[in-house]
Design a binder for this molecule. Structure first.
Ligand code: SAM
Length: 243
């Protein structure tokens, strides 16, 4: 049985997709997706030997070697252009996911959907998507086993029902506060529009963390550190206004 996190990713995959799951580890997601019919076939990519062997074993034990190819390699190196229409990348930092996408840009040309689950650095990932004409079409934020997870689903601009200009358009909040594009990139445009308890808890704890960093660096002898502290301080003020 899939974890709630992997199940949510699975559920975003359109029926009958040709799937690549990058950083697949035990290949749980492609196995479940092929079994459910979400994927007609799949590639499970792994760069590290341990997880690669674990993926091979899982696929073999499931009797799905005909439908799922396990390949060892870095990021999107394991697929060829036009081979898949959906890519999932889950359980890594947003900066690593963005760099995998960036290094595999030529493989993305015929891809219709990216389903991404960054553990941290969601803002870096959203910025990469925006700069490369991918539109976030759905976001999920949820808690599982005391950890908060985010899933970001994106489509190429030409297939998306909504434009990036619309998604990141600055909007007013109650009390004269403006939600800027910058805040939307950090906090998530859909998550901010429909904030849940998990959303508030996440950002309140983020503020506490930022405040303790500000405290320690604002006493620094170095001007650059004090400048950084001032910058973070204003970021905290912005965040607080949204909450
Ligand atoms: N995707 C699975 C999940 O969400 O449960 C596994 C997540 S696991 C924490 C991250 C996996 O990504 C590891 O197995 C690691 O070996 C793999 N990985 C890290 N960098 C990678 C890269 N550049 N290319 C392919 N796999 C990578």
């Amino acid at each position: 049985k899939l974890s709630n996190r992997l199940q949510r990713i699975h559920d975003q995959i359109p029926e009958g997709s040709r799937l690549a799951d990058i950083g697949s580890d035990h290949a749980l997601l492609p196995v479940a997706a092929v079994r459910s019919g979400k994927a007609a076939g799949a590639v499970a990519g792994e760069v590290n030997p341990g997880p690669y062997e674990a993926a091979r074993k899982q696929v073999s034990d499931a009797g799905l070697k005909e439908r799922i190819t396990v390949r060892r390699g870095d990021g999107l190196d394991v697929i060829s252009a036009g081979e898949v229409d959906v890519i999932t990348i889950a359980g890594m930092g947003g900066a690593l996911i963005a760099s995998i996408l960036d290094r595999g840009l030529s493989k993305l040309e015929e891809v219709k959907l990216l389903i991404l689950q960054p553990n941290v650095g969601e803002d870096i990932l959203r910025r990469w998507l925006l700069e490369h004409h991918w539109v976030v079409v759905a976001e999920q934020l949820f808690e599982e086993d005391g950890k908060v997870y985010e899933i970001i689903t994106a489509m190429p601009q030409e297939l998306s029902p909504i434009a990036n200009e619309e998604v990141y358009r600055a909007r007013p909040l109650e009390g004269g506060v403006e939600l800027t594009s910058d805040l939307l990139l950090r906090m998530g445009p859909y998550l901010t529009d429909r904030p849940t308890d998990v959303f508030f808890a996440k950002w309140e704890s983020e503020i506490v963390k930022l405040q303790s960093v500000v405290q320690s660096i604002s006493k620094s002898d170095q001007e650059s550190s004090r400048d950084k502290a001032a910058e973070m301080e204003s970021h905290i003020v912005n965040l607080k206004e949204v909450l």
